[in-house]
Design a protein around this ligand. Structure first.
Ligand SMILES: CC(C)(COP(=O)(O)OP(=O)(O)OC[C@H]1O[C@@H](n2cnc3c(N)ncnc32)[C@H](O)[C@@H]1OP(=O)(O)O)[C@@H](O)C(=O)NCCC(=O)NCCS
Length: 240
């Protein structure tokens, strides 16, 4: 396995080679803040976006990250992934690398590729002189417990002491520590019709609803014709 940044291999950003576009539920593609900035990651920070490649240049993982300023305190953590991407582009003085996403194609999951990707991200951070990497981790199994507060879920452990959530567990296994839960990390707002399309569900009345793949509930207001959702994350830190 080798890693190549988008700066080194821009050809691999071709959407036709995209094997990871089906990894997130549709609603996740509509972040109010995130979508304003997302394309700038590859356009303006290509050194921090990379692919893991196999022997024949097949894509084993895609990763996105962004240098941000952070003073090392809990109080100064960005307001979730939305706050991190805004801070990374709108403020100077970046001193840590913030992980945005790691994606492993479905057919390749469960083989430990994400560990290699996380280490490769840490290596990129080190090469740029950063002493830490922070991650607003999207817990993989939180959609199974959408009614549980993220503050509680984040602390769940198995009987062997390992973290309950598989993706948080990977971060901890490679040395990360948990900083704090972030109940309001990614904001997604749409009309009722948009939410019905994204979730393939009907929302005939006003209220809070569970939906497939949601890490929390969506709040539907028929009078305002709106659906509001906050995706929870958990901040973790890797010392490099
Ligand atoms: C989260 C993700 C990056 C993990 O990548 P991966 O290469 O499959 O991870 P690993 O092989 O190291 O497995 C990590 C853990 O998840 C478990 N796991 C991985 N794939 C799984 C699957 N399809 N079903 C059940 N468990 C799975 C593994 O058992 C492992 O836990 P354990 O070794 O402690 O038992 C990958 O599943 C993915 O791309 N998911 C969709 C996108 C996403 O959610 N990214 C993370 C948010 S930024």
């Amino acid at each position: 396995m080798k890693s190549a940044t988008v700066a080194e291999r821009p050809d691999l950003s071709d959407p036709a080679k995209e094997l990871t576009s089906d990894l997130f539920p549709e609603y996740n593609n509509h972040g109010d803040i995130l979508n304003r900035y997302w394309s700038r990651l590859t356009e303006e920070r290509p050194d921090f976006q990379f692919h893991l490649l196999g022997d024949h240049d097949e894509i084993l993982a895609r990763a996105r990250s962004l240098p941000v300023r952070w003073d090392g305190t809990l109080q100064d953590l960005p307001a979730g992934i939305d706050g991190a991407i805004a801070r990374g582009f709108d403020e100077g003085g970046a001193n840590v690398l913030c992980a945005m996403v790691i994606m492993v194609p479905r057919g390749l999951q469960g083989r430990g590729i994400s560990v290699v990707a996380l280490r490769a991200m840490g290596e990129i951070a080190r090469q740029h002189g950063f002493a830490a990497m922070i991650a607003p981790v999207r817990p993989s199994w939180k959609d199974r417990y959408p009614l549980t507060a993220i503050e509680d879920y984040a602390g769940w452990r198995r009987s062997d002491g390992a973290l309950f959530d598989p993706w948080m567990r990977v971060h901890e296994r490679v040395g990360a520590t948990m900083l704090r839960a972030e109940p309001r990390s990614l904001r997604i707002t749409g009309t009722v019709a948009e939410w019905e399309k994204w979730t393939e569900m009907a929302f005939p009345v006003t209220g809070d609803f569970w939906f497939p793949g949601g890490l929390a509930t969506v709040s539907i207001n028929r009078d305002e014709d709106s659906g509001r959702y906050w995706e929870p994350n958990v901040w973790m830190r890797h010392i490099l």
